[in-house]
Design a protein around this ligand. Structure first.
Ligand SMILES: *[C@@H]1O[C@H](CO)[C@@H](O)[C@H](O)[C@H]1NC(C)=O
Ligand SMILES: *[C@@H]1O[C@H](CO)[C@@H](O)[C@H](O)[C@H]1NC(C)=O
Ligand SMILES: [Zn+2]
Length: 429
């Protein structure tokens, strides 16, 4: 009796978990022209659309639509001739199914992985933090663990500095990679931990430490990350409640709209309840300030900054707030393409090939206060927002099937290496 009571309670809890997405639908949309992309961009604000995968010309995106906007959304798609279809009739029940799959997978795969990072499943914050703590302890001559601040809810924000010369050699170029600005993008942290693995535990190219210093921040937003596991799968913001009188009901700020560059001008929400709320002031969030300070402290030697997101198979660069090109547009495009080409050598036929370009022109949506625009504006020559591949039609619910994680981290690392070397050729000492 006791057991069945417990089970009943557990199932009830699981199904209550995604209640806030009850009645939401997700749609595939496939725009076929620049005009249609622009229209999707405009509807994003007016219908409060939430793109999980940005659409671009001829490539379908995946978008969440709240119940109150679904009729207007479908009418608008028909009016302007954008082809669309329903992905999940009820987002909440799809999320419940995703959870069941994850739980059954965990049971099958349970194993003791002492200090080793497996790449056959998504990882909790504890597992990621255990891993980077262990790496720092095991390789003290190579790795420095830095905890610059605590998150709004008091979790440490941790990053690793990896260097064979303790960051003391001014001839080396610095590469900075961070992940999980948007905590629902679970595929991004494994890319960061795998990069650590390839630099520290399995270095196969000595140039990467002879000529470079690395800064790797696997979880920018630990509060949000924990929240996506425990409460709302699609949480995208921080968890701060001090930005606005309504922040108690609607916590959080979109870190990728919170940087001090054209802050709060376009592609943001002014309401704390919006998914892209820019915050009460520039760099209001401690998580934003951690990235900002890393950029400033290492600026003279930093040649490449990668902000890892998912999904979309896109490598995007400045300027995202108005679609104009920076003075470095040529190298930004050329090196973006060489990273994408390297990846395509070993990518899977199921994965869409990468699109490289100006952020606003590729996705049709202006955004201000983003991290790559900020980094570029203060002088990082090559700064990218990197959208990892998602399978779109092949998504298992809303996850990329964990069996693809290994493929993604390996192919992405190949691209990062090519980008780092090319960045040093052009901008290193
Ligand atoms: C940096 O490069 C300069 C010029 O090539 C060289 O003289 C110097 O020894 C190098 N410094 C280190 C620490 O390797
Ligand atoms: C180290 O990396 C190489 C190349 O990426 C791979 O072939 C090899 O299996 C790896 N070794 C270990 C012990 O992981
Ligand atoms: Zn993102």
């Amino acid at each position: 009796m006791k057991i069945s009571y417990f089970l009943w309670f557990f199932l009830a809890f699981v199904s209550a978990k995604h209640e806030s997405y009850s009645g939401w639908k997700s749609y595939y949309v496939t725009p076929s022209s620049m005009d249609q992309i622009e229209i999707l961009g405009q509807l994003t604000d007016s219908l409060d659309l939430d793109f999980l995968i940005y659409a671009t010309i001829g490539r379908e995106g995946l978008v969440l639509v709240k119940p109150e906007y679904q009729m207007t959304f479908e009418d608008a798609m028909e009016d302007v001739g954008i082809s669309f279809s329903v992905h999940a009739e009820d987002v909440k029940s799809q999320l419940d199914k995703d959870d069941e799959l994850m739980i059954s997978r965990r049971k099958l795969n349970r194993k003791s992985s002492q200090g080793e990072m497996p790449y056959d499943d998504y990882q909790t914050l504890d597992v990621i933090y255990d891993y980077i703590d262990t790496i720092a302890e095991k390789y003290p001559n190579l790795v420095t663990l830095v905890t610059p601040a605590n998150s709004f809810e008091g979790r440490p924000i941790k990053y690793l500095k990896i260097s064979s010369s303790n960051f003391q050699n001014d001839n080396k170029s610095i590469v900075f990679l961070e992940a999980m600005i948007h905590p629902r993008e679970w595929l991004t942290a494994p890319v960061a931990t795998y990069s650590i693995h390839k630099l520290v535990e399995n270095l196969t190219d000595s140039e990467l430490l002879d000529k470079f210093d690395w800064i790797i921040l696997p979880v920018v937003n630990p509060d949000g990350y924990v929240y996506t596991f425990e409460r709302e799968r699609f949480w995208r913001k921080t968890r701060s409640t001090d930005q606005h009188p309504s922040s108690d009901q609607c916590p959080g700020v979109d870190i990728n709209r919170n940087f001090d560059f054209a802050w709060n001008t376009v592609g943001v929400s002014n309401s704390p309840c919006g998914e892209s709320y820019a915050g009460g002031r520039p760099a209001s969030e401690v998580e934003t300030r951690v990235i900002r300070d890393i950029l400033h402290d290492n600026l003279p030697r930093m040649v490449l900054y990668l902000s890892i997101h998912s999904y979309g198979s896109m490598i995007l660069y400045s300027w995202g707030h108005d679609g104009s090109l920076s003075n470095y547009a040529l190298p930004l495009q050329a090196i973006g393409v060489s990273m994408a080409e390297k990846i395509s050598e070993r990518s899977l036929p199921d994965f869409p090939s990468y699109v490289v370009g100006n952020a606003k022109l590729v996705v049709g949506y202006q955004m201000s206060g983003s991290s790559h625009d900020y980094a570029h504006s203060i002088g990082v020559p090559l700064a990218y927002t990197w959208e990892l591949p998602g399978l779109s039609r092949g998504l298992m619910g809303f996850h990329l099937d964990p069996k693809y994680i290994k493929q993604v981290v390996e192919e992405t690392w190949d691209g990062i290496v090519v980008g780092a070397k090319a960045a040093r050729e052009l901008f290193g000492k």
